[in-house]
Design a protein around this ligand. Structure first.
Ligand SMILES: [Zn+2]
Length: 425
């Protein structure tokens, strides 16, 4: 029988989460260690290292790893990795830490001890270092020069803001993860670890599995992408982000309900599995598409669906840049070091009145006026303003769930439309 794709890195799933007596002993030890407070993004990264989602990573990156990933998509040992996974520290907390120390990592929100770490390297992150990281990771075809990029990135790119707001040092070293935070309880049934998704795929006899990345409610385009993947693979893993979003995004619980409704009413249920993962968005467009493929490989997926403006924000990236980047990345020959999860590249999709169904730029010969352009951003904007949706935008079952959600909201966030969402790009 054909097998699932191996986890990235060639070392199997590298899970840093402790269990049982080992966990209890480490928790006790952690209370006496120097404290470093971590950001929500770092917390997500830690949990991913805990459950093997970031295999082969078992700790935060050294300066050499960080530089190699920024410059060449390669860690110091030659393993492919697309986005820095670093731990920042500052102020008194950073001053107190020296190389060789063991430290305890505290969640900034819940004050829970998330992990312990052996500090193997402490390196400064100057303003210039952060700018370098931003230009490497976030600059795309939409903002091809550094001048253009910084003119809008400073205020309008949440990923850039996240990096520029990082503290002045990075700490590197192996981690022992002590908690998965709120995920196993708050997202019970949806929060699925890589070992578990692999088991589910195997039980269904799947070997070629495509992942659909979701952070917005599932609309007709997502449904279509998913169905194309079902036709050419053994099954599809609808994989939702359940980490932190930006204001105006729809909470995971609502999105999960929408997916349930869609799968129940419009799919052959045995060909689709739904799950969630604990990361924050980095809004890194093409590089994030690569990260999505990298950790999906660990979850057991051999294909990653990449449509228009994947993981984009504003107009920073070219519409299909997240597809073409897969052709440009290094492919190390040493076993395990190259990315194995391949992109399932799908053109811009929409509903077309003349085709009388879903179509893409590759299949539909008709004019712009004949098409209903679909985007998650536009869906959220129309619903949050209480407006009517064009026909064929979403399935009734999904739209009803979303309307209920918006009607219950007291604080409304204005949602900006950019080129990619309006079809003008
Ligand atoms: Zn058409």
């Amino acid at each position: 029988m054909a097998k699932l794709v191996e986890p990235h890195g060639g070392k199997g799933l590298t899970c840093c989460l402790l269990e049982g007596a080992e966990l209890e002993a480490e928790k006790k030890k952690a209370e006496g260690l120097k404290k470093v407070t971590i950001s929500p993004r770092v917390k997500g990264d830690l949990i991913m290292m805990g459950i093997g989602g970031f295999s082969p990573l078992t700790g935060f990156m050294t300066k050499a790893d960080w530089k190699g990933v920024c410059d060449d998509f390669l860690m110091a040992d030659g393993t492919f990795w697309p986005i820095p996974v670093t731990l920042d520290a500052g102020g008194d907390e950073a001053d107190a830490v020296s190389e060789g120390d063991e430290i305890a990592l505290y969640d900034s929100e819940g004050d829970e001890i998330m992990a312990t770490m052996k500090v193997t390297e402490k390196y400064a992150m100057t303003e210039d270092d952060k700018k370098f990281e931003c230009e490497k990771v976030f600059m795309g075809e939409g903002t091809p020069t550094a001048d253009e990029f910084w003119k809008i990135a400073k205020d309008d790119h949440p990923g850039v803001q996240m990096v520029m707001n990082q503290k002045d040092f990075n700490l590197a070293g192996p981690v022992k993860v002590l908690s998965e935070g709120e995920y196993p309880t708050r997202y019970k049934g949806i929060y699925v670890r890589p070992a578990e998704s692999r088991k589910m795929f195997e039980e269904r006899g799947w070997s070629d599995v495509a992942a659909l990345q979701l952070r917005n409610p599932m609309h007709r385009s997502h449904e279509y992408l998913c169905k194309i993947a079902v036709e050419v693979c053994d099954g599809v893993y609808i994989h939702s982000l359940v980490g932190n979003l930006k204001p105006g995004d729809i909470p995971a619980s609502v999105r999960v309900k929408c997916i349930d409704a869609l799968v129940k009413n419009y799919f052959v249920e045995k060909n689709v599995i739904q799950g969630g993962y604990p990361l924050d968005m980095r809004y890194a467009g093409p590089r994030e598409g690569l990260l999505h493929a990298t950790f999906r490989q660990n979850y057991g997926c051999s294909k990653m669906i990449i449509g228009r403006d994947h993981a984009g924000v504003g107009d920073f990236y070219g519409m299909f840049e997240a597809q073409t980047i897969f052709d440009k990345i290094p492919k190390p020959e040493e076993p395990g070091k190259a990315l194995l999860c391949e992109p399932l590249k799908i053109d811009w999709t929409f509903y077309c009145y003349k085709c009388d169904g879903m179509a893409s730029l590759k299949t539909c010969p008709h004019a712009k006026e004949d098409r209903v352009l679909l985007s998650g951003t536009m869906l959220r904007k129309l619903l949050s303003e209480g407006g009517e949706l064009p026909d064929h935008f979403g399935r009734d079952e999904v739209v009803e769930i979303l309307r209920d959600y918006y009607e219950g909201l007291t604080d409304k966030v204005e949602i900006k439309l950019h080129g990619a969402a309006t079809g003008d790009k």
